[in-house]
Design a protein around this ligand. Sequence first.
Ligand SMILES: *[C@@H]1O[C@H](CO)[C@@H](O)[C@H](O)[C@H]1NC(C)=O
Length: 232
Amino acid sequence: MCRTTGFKMALVYILFSLILGMSTALPQDMSGKMLVFPQETNTDHVRLTTSRQDLGAVTVCMRYFTDLTRSFTLFGLATPSHNNAFHIFKMPVSHEINVDIRNFPMTFRGQDYQINKWQSLCGTWESGSGLVQLWLDGKPSAMKLGGNLHISGTILIVLGQDQDSYGGSFDKARCFTGMITDVHMWDYILSPHHIDNYSQKFNFPTGNVLDWNSIEFQTRGSVLIQKKQPTC
Ligand SMILES: *[C@@H]1O[C@H](CO)[C@@H](O)[C@H](O)[C@H]1NC(C)=O
């Protein structure tokens, strides 16, 4: 009897570690590398993992290269209650980029969005003031009121597709194609000096929520990891 229980326990343990082993992505050092999204689909994407479940402030920075002139999602952070909990979205109108905080949209106008050029993008929000700001190639936007409530719940971050529901309802017409690199996320507002340094590739504190030098992610479909190009 004792032996049977022991055997069963061992079996359960082995099965459990197999399941865990398959679903746990180990952090990867992506420095010097970029993600390539080479085709329009409603499936190809990257899921970034964080164990954080409550955010009172966010800074997200990334670099991208694309030739898209239509609308698409640049960065999508969803929680079960808000599919656009922290969401950066290129609008169909040129030079308009939206940021949503807990599904509340704000439009930032007049910034110099360009195709066929590496651009650096940072978005900040802080619950104390409620203010949101967008930085494109190190240039700040006007500040807008985005709300004071925390982002809470199990966080799911997707690159390459627009989450119309938590982790799904993707639409090919809003997918991203091109390249993305240097994704960092902080749970505080990065100072303007640090954002300026990020955009110029000088020193900045690496993200404490997402750190491109040690980042957990899974790719789905044809998303390729390639060496960064010199212009990046
Ligand atoms: C910006 O980068 C420069 C050069 O790497 C560094 O000397 C400076 O301390 C950085 N600024 C901040 C605010 O970290």
